[in-house]
Structures are given as structure tokens and as C-alpha cells.
Design a protein. Structure first.
Ligand code: NAP
Length: 444
């Protein structure tokens, strides 16, 4: 966009830098600029590509969820919103510098780091957290060389949330089933050539406490080459099913169906297991198994170990137990909750956070919309324009430091190159390196 701001008007402009071009960042930018000529938002991202988790987190076979990116593109088409890609906070510019240039800085940096299990053996080869694993199969440049060894017969996926289901499903689907996806080619080679036969997905509490959503559960009963199994003895008595409502009721229908499935129905078995918590990762250099302790759920919903253990022989373990935000220098951080210390989004004077960086890694993409609206309202009430340079100052720094930033028009070139490389119904073939993305910009 070409939006010159100079002279008297410059003093009346509220300059906002949003760090992170994911859903939370875009919903905040949308809310800040709706009906406002006096606000300018720069959405800054360290990658040359916008849309954050939509691109690198949402499962490659869940393309319909990714349609929401059209809404973010429309926000970016506004005169007063600009995407500044390939500009990294900490590497290219400091937070202090941004705070000098902009009236407000909003951290929409998500929760890109894996939580730790805190168990012996956690650093063995063959244990890969879901953030890394999902980023790998979604072509995130930081993880393209992850090279997980999938020449294993069985895999443990820890956690009873949607990320655990995503990981298990992507491992279980055939190449045909992934035709309409944007699964990274490097991951497709590994996954579809893998001898995996057993995928164990286990949670420390019961089926009623699991945070799976029904659509994702239902999909597990529709897989071409993989049968989902559950031990009927781990399900609550069917006489109580009528009392259930919402997700619990729908999940129970899918689980009862799984309890009737037979292990030999298909080539790959996906075992959903409840009341199991991880005790130790087994192996010398490489993972060769995981020891679990059986649990029971107490009246207050917490779980307690029973002392009874069992061992699963597995060659790969993917903990899907939640994420935490990456700390940023000089920003107060809550270690226990894995996010920035904030009071309803306010971190410090003129510094805010939104989305997973504010509330932790919960909720769907859509949950970020009311969050963005609330933070935008708070900012517009609490901060006044102060005649700062905003993007004019940023552009000067970019020039002085000879930084190669990527604009939204540049991103459209990357998008075009990716979509035109796709065949057989795939939506795109993603670039997995920043260099390739920049080359696509320069070559068009
Ligand atoms: P989640 O829903 O919070 O699930 C995390 C799981 O890990 C829970 O079962 C939790 O058990 C377990 N866990 C946590 N710490 C553990 C530990 N130390 N040992 C063993 N188990 C542990 O989180 P998520 O699956 O990472 O998903 C994050 C958010 O993204 C969720 O809101 C999810 O719905 C959303 N998402 C949505 C979709 C979709 O809509 N298709 C896809 C992916 C993700 P407890 O419950 O006992 O704590």
C-alpha cells in the first residue's frame, strides 16, 4: 500500500506495530482499523509468509479451516494495514526500537515452543514435541531439516487434545487421502514410506475429560488404511450416555463405534488409551519404549497414579501436551503458564499481548477474534497518538541495515509460485526455506 502520512496529520495518527502475522495479529489489526482513518498498523513477522498457525499449525488435510486466510488478506488490502515480513524481533530490530517508533506494540507471537514432560529420557533421539513435528510436516523453514526417523513399527502420541489427533491422523493417512493437502513433500516421503503399524494415543484422564472435538474424533472412524480402537472397559457405562451433552455426547458416539472395531480391520491400528500417564522414556541413545502408569480420575477432575505400570515398545514419541510462548528479552514472562505476564492484555505502558501470547494455547482459530477485538478496544481507549514516526522510521532502519523485508505484494508472488507448483488437486506446494521464498519474490 502507498499511504503517505506527513505534516499535521502525522501527529494525529496512532501507529501500531503488531508482532506476529497469525490469526490473533490479523484480528487485532482488523479491529483496530475498522472505520478508523487515524490508525496505521504494521504487522511484522519474522517469516516472509503471513498467517502464522493457519500455514504452519493447522493440519495439511484440513484445508477448509485455512479459508479464513482470505479474511486476513482482505484486512491486509486495507490502506492502513501493512505486512512487513522477514523482519525478526531481536535479530533485525529490538523491542525498544519499535517502542520508540510506534505508539503501541502488540505481541501476537503465539506459543511456538513445546512444553516439556519433565521425565527421564526426554532428550533421547526419537522424542519430538508436537510444535516441532507439526511444523515439520507443514514446511515451516525452522523445521525442514528435522528428519524424524519414521522407520519404526510403533509410535506413542501423548495427550488427548486435537493436536494429538492431528498428528495421529497425518501419520495414519495414505498418500491418496493426502492428495488434496499441502503436506510438505519431505514429510510425505517419510510418512508414506514408513512401516508404522501401531499408533498409541493416550491421555492421563478419561474419555469424558478429553479435549478432542467431535469432528476430529469422527474422522478417526473414516480412515482408509487405519482402524481406530478403544478398550470398551475404559469407557463409562453406556447407561449414562443419555445424560451427556455437546462434545462429550458426540465423542462418546465415536468412541463406542471404535470399541466395536477389530484390530485386523485395516493395516494400521490407532489405539486410543485413557487413564495412562507417562512415567519414563526408555532407551539408551534412541527411544525404544515408554513406561506408563495407570491413573484414576478424582471427583475434582484431577488424576492420581495407581502405582500399576505398563510399557509400550515404541520407536517414536510425539508429546502433544500443549505449547508455551517464546520469551522476549525485557518482557515479563510467566514460566508456569508459558505466556507473557499481562493484565487483560496490558503488559506495560504501550505494550500489549493478544491471542495465545496473552491467554495461553487454548481455543480455536475463531477464539482469537473476540480476543483481538477486546485488545483493540483497550488500545484505542488507553493510548493517544504522540507524533511518532511509525513506519517512516521503520523504513529508515530497514534501509540503513540493508534488510530484505517482504511486503504483502511480495507474499502474493510467493503464493502464486506455490499454488502454480501444485498438481493432482493439492492446493499448493509450500516453500520450506526462506531463501526459496525470497527467490520466488525476486524472480517474478
Ligand atoms: P489441549 O487440548 O490442551 O490438549 C493437551 C493434552 O495434553 C491434554 O489431554 C492434557 O491432559 C495433556 N497433557 C498436558 N500436560 C501433560 C503431561 N505433563 N503429561 C501428560 N499429558 C499432559 O491442547 P492441544 O491439543 O495442544 O491443542 C491446543 C489448542 O488448539 C486447543 O484449544 C485445540 O482445540 C486447538 N486445536 C484445534 C484444532 C481443530 O480445531 N481442528 C486442531 C488442533 C488444535 P489434561 O487434560 O489432563 O491436562
Amino acid at each position: 500500500m502507498a499511504d503517505d502520512v506527513s505534516g499535521k496529520i502525522a501527529d494525529k495518527i496512532l501507529w501500531v506495530a503488531v508482532i506476529g502475522a497469525g490469526p490473533a495479529g490479523y484480528y487485532t489489526a482488523e479491529a483496530l482499523t475498522t472505520g478508523r482513518d487515524d490508525v496505521r498498523v504494521d504487522i511484522i513477522d519474522r517469516l516472509p509468509t503471513p498467517f502464522g498457525l493457519i500455514r504452519a499449525g493447522v493440519a495439511p488435510d484440513h484445508q477448509s479451516i485455512k479459508n479464513v486466510a482470505k479474511r486476513y488478506s482482505a484486512t491486509n488490502d486495507r490502506e492502513n494495514v501493512r505486512f512487513v515480513g522477514n523482519l525478526s524481533l531481536g535479530r533485525d530490530i529490538t523491542l525498544k526500537e519499535l517502542q520508540t517508533l510506534y505508539d503501541v506494540v502488540v505481541l501476537a507471537t503465539g506459543a511456538a515452543k513445546d512444553r516439556e514432560l519433565g521425565l527421564d529420557g526426554e532428550n533421547l533421539t526419537g522424542i519430538i514435541g508436537s510444535s516441532a513435528f507439526v511444523s515439520w510436516y507443514n514446511s515451516h523453514p525452522d523445521f525442514r531439516n528435522l528428519a524424524p526417523d519414521l522407520k519404526v513399527a510403533s509410535v506413542a502420541v501423548i495427550g488427548n487434545g486435537n493436536v494429538a489427533i492431528d498428528v495421529a491422523r497425518v501419520l495414519a493417512k495414505t498418500a491418496d487421502e493426502m492428495t488434496n493437502s499441502d503436506l510438505a513433500p519431505h514429510a510425505a516421503d517419510q510418512i508414506h514410506g514408513s512401516p508404522i503399524r501401531d499408533i498409541y494415543v493416550f491421555g492421563r484422564r478419561g474419555p469424558l475429560e478429553a479435549s478432542f472435538t467431535p469432528k476430529e474424533m469422527g474422522e478417526l472412524n473414516e480412515l482408509e488404511n487405519c482402524v481406530a480402537l478403544v478398550d470398551e472397559g475404559q469407557l463409562p457405562d453406556a447407561s449414562g450416555d443419555d445424560e451427556l451433552a455437546g462434545a462429550q455426547k458426540k465423542n462418546m458416539i465415536a468412541l463406542r463405534k471404535m470399541a466395536e472395531n477389530k484390530p485386523d480391520d485395516k493395516n494400521i491400528r490407532l489405539h486410543l488409551m485413557f487413564y495412562r500417564r507417562p512415567m519414563a522414556i526408555l532407551g539408551d541413545e534412541r527411544v525404544c519404549g515408554i513406561r506408563l502408569e495407570k491413573t484414576r480420575v478424582e471427583a475434582d477432575g484431577t488424576c492420581t497414579g495407581t502405582g500399576e505400570t505398563e510399557t509400550l515398545p515404541v520407536g517414536l514419541i510425539v508429546p502433544c501436551i500443549g505449547y508455551k510462548s517464546a520469551p522476549i528479552e525485557d518482557v515479563p514472562y510467566n514460566e508456569r503458564r508459558g505466556r507473557f505476564e499481562n493484565d487483560e492484555g496490558l503488559i506495560a505502558d504501550r505494550l500489549y499481548c493478544v491471542g495465545w501470547a496473552r491467554r495461553g494455547p487454548t481455543g480455536t482459530i475463531g477464539t482469537n477474534k473476540p480476543d483481538g477485538v477486546a485488545i483493540a478496544k483497550k488500545i484505542l481507549e488507553e493510548v493517544q497518538p504522540s507524533g511518532r514516526g511509525g513506519r517512516v522510521g521503520l523504513d529508515k532502519i530497514v534501509e540503513e541495515r540493508d534488510l530484505k523485508i517482504v511486503t504483502f505484494a511480495d507474499w502474493k508472488k510467493i503464493d502464486e509460485a506455490e499454488t502454480s507448483a501444485a498438481t493432482d488437486g493439492a492446493p499448493r506446494v509450500k516453500f520450506a526455506s526462506v531463501e526459496d521464498m525470497i527467490e520466488a519474490v525476486d524472480n517474478q
